[in-house]
Design a protein around this ligand. Structure first.
Ligand code: PLP
Length: 415
C-alpha cells in the first residue's frame, strides 16, 4: 500500500495542482495530511503508547496498525509513532518511493539484508561499516561476499544482492548505476544503492532502476550533525507489486531499530531545508574543487607543493560530456564531499589542526564544514587522504581558510 501523500485522491497535494510540486514545496507540505493540530510547527510526541478506540464495536486485533488510516493514529511506538511517521511522509515524497526510517544508516542496511536474506552480496569499497554488518550476518549463515568486478557479478544468483554506493566513500566519485542495473537484472539479483552522498536534488537512483535506495540520514537528511538516522526507500512499481513497506515495517517492529521521537522531530525540521542546504554545499564544493585542482597543476603554487591529487565526481571525465551517464545520473550536481590526497602522510596528519572553519571530525553532509584524516576512521584507505565535507559557510571564507592553512604548513616545513 502506498502512503497517503503519494495516493491520487481529491484531497491529495497532487490533485490540487496541475503540475508536480517542486522539491522545496513538497519538503514543506508533503506531511500536511498528517497535521490535525492548528500548530504550524510540528509537536514532539514522547508517548510510547496510544489510546485504543473508545467505540467497543471498533476494537479488533490490528486496529490502528496502519499509520495512514486513520491519519496519525498509533498503538505502540515500536510499531509506528507520530514524529518518525511524519518524517517518513516527507521522505516518501522527496525520495520518490515509499520510505521507512531506522535508528542509523547501518541499522537500515541491517534491516535490508535481514529482509532480502541473500546468499551472496556483491559490494564495492565504499563505507567500511556496511561490510561490518555483513560480517555480523555471517554469524548466522554463510554469505559469500563478492566484489563489483564483472567476473564476480556473474556469480550472483536470483535473490542475491548487488549493493552499489554512489557517490562512494571517501572520494565522492560516482559509478554508473545503469551498468549495475543491467547485470543485476541478467543475474536476477536485487540492486540496492547507498545514496547517502547524493540525496535529492542531486540524483534519483530510481530513474536508473535501483530496487531499494538506502541513506544514512545522519548525513545530509539530518544535516546538522545532531541525529543518527537511516532510511530505506522502495522503487514505487516494486512496492505496488510486493507491498515491501508493510513487510519491512513488520520486521522493524522485531528488530526494534525505530527512530526516537526527538530524532523524528529533528528530521522533519532538517528535511524542510534539504534542497537549500544540498544545493549550496554542492555548489561551494565544486568551486573549491575546481580551484584546488587547477592550482595543483600550477608550477610553484602552494597547493601544487602540498596536494598530490583531488578526487570528486565533478572531476571525472564524464562530467564534461553532456550525454554521459554521469550527467544523466547526477543532474543536480555532485555533492559536498571530496578527497584531497596530500604529498605525504605527515601533511595529511597536520593540515586539519591548521584550519579554522573546517572542524577535524568524521561524518559528512552537515551544514558545518569538516575535514578528516581518513586513516583515523578507516584503516583501508590511503594514509595521505583527507576527506572534506563542504558546509554552508561562504565559499570565499572556506577558500581563504584552506589557503592560510596551506601557507602555514609550508612555513612550518621550513623551520
Ligand atoms: C555514514 C554512512 C553510513 C552509516 O550510517 P550511520 O548513520 O552512521 O549508521 C553508511 N553509508 C555511508 C555512505 C555513510 O556515509
Amino acid at each position: 500500500m502506498l502512503p497517503k501523500g503519494e495516493e491520487e485522491g481529491p484531497n491529495s497535494l497532487a490533485a490540487a495542482f496541475e503540475h508536480e510540486l517542486s522539491m522545496s514545496s513538497r519538503a514543506m507540505h508533503a506531511d500536511d495530511y498528517i497535521n490535525n493540530h492548528k500548530a504550524v510547527a510540528p509537536p514532539i510526541h514522547v508517548s510510547t503508547t496510544f489510546r485504543y478506540d473508545s467505540d467497543p464495536d471498533k476494537l479488533e486485533h490490528g486496529l490502528n496498525n496502519d499509520p495512514q488510516a486513520p491519519h496519525d493514529s498509533h498503538i505502540y511506538s515500536r510499531y509506528t509513532a507520530p514524529n518518525y511517521t511524519r518524517l517518513e511522509a516527507l521522505l516518501t515524497s522527496l525520495l520518490k518511493g515509499p520510505s521507512l526510517t531506522y535508528t542509523s544508516g547501518l541499522a537500515a542496511f541491517h534491516a535490508l539484508l535481514v529482509f532480502l536474506n541473500p546468499s551472496r552480496i556483491a559490494i564495492g569499497q565504499g563505507y567500511h561499516g556496511c561490510r561490518g554488518v555483513i560480517g555480523l550476518l555471517q554469524k548466522f549463515k554463510p554469505i559469500e561476499q563478492l566484489t563489483l568486478s564483472e567476473s564476480d557479478l556473474r556469480k550472483l544468483r536470483p535473490g542475491d544482492v548487488l549493493h552499489v554506493e554512489t557517490p562512494f566513500n571517501p572520494t565522492g566519485e560516482a559509478c554508473d548505476l545503469s551498468y549495475y542495473r543491467k547485470i543485476a537484472s541478467e543475474q536476477g539479483a536485487w540492486l540496492t544503492c547507498d545514496a547517502t552522498f547524493a540525496p535529492p536534488p542531486l540524483q534519483d537512483p530510481f530513474v536508473q532502476g535501483v530496487d531499494v535506495v538506502m541513506h544514512s540520514g545522519t548525513k545530509y537528511i539530518g544535516g546538522h550533525s545532531d541525529i543518527l538516522c537511516g532510511v530505506l526507500s522502495i522503487r514505487p512499481d516494486l512496492e505496488r507489486e510486493n507491498d515491501w513497506i508493510t513487510k519491512l515495517r513488520g520486521e522493524r517492529a522485531y528488530l526494534g531499530s525505530v527512530l526516537g521521537n526527538l530524532e523524528g522531530w529533528l528530521g522533519v525540521r532538517s528535511v524542510r531545508t534539504l534542497e537549500l542546504r544540498v544545493e549550496r554545499q554542492s555548489r561551494s564544493a565544486e568551486e573549491l574543487i575546481s580551484w584546488l585542482s587547477a592550482s595543483k597543476d600550477e608550477r610553484g603554487s602552494v597547493v601544487g607543493q602540498l596536494v598530490a591529487d583531488v578526487m570528486h565526481a565533478s572531476l571525472q571525465p564524464e562530467a564534461k560530456d553532456e550525454n554521459s551517464w554521469l550527467r544523466k545520473q547526477m543532474p543536480g550536481g555532485y555533492g559536498s564531499v571530496f578527497a584531497m590526497v596530500m604529498k605525504d602522510e605527515s601533511l595529511a596528519r597536520r593540515l586539519p589542526s591548521m584550519l579554522h572553519l573546517f572542524h577535524h571530525a568524521t561524518s559528512v553532509g552537515g551544514v558545518e564544514s569538516l575535514v578528516e584524516w581518513r586513516a583515523l576512521a578507516d584503516s583501508s584507505v590511503d594514509r595521505r587522504l583527507l576527506r572534506v565535507n563542504v558546509g554552508v559557510e561562504a565559499v570565499e571564507d572556506l577558500k581563504a581558510d584552506l589557503l592560510q592553512a596551506f601557507t602555514s604548513l609550508m612555513s612550518e616545513g621550513k623551520d
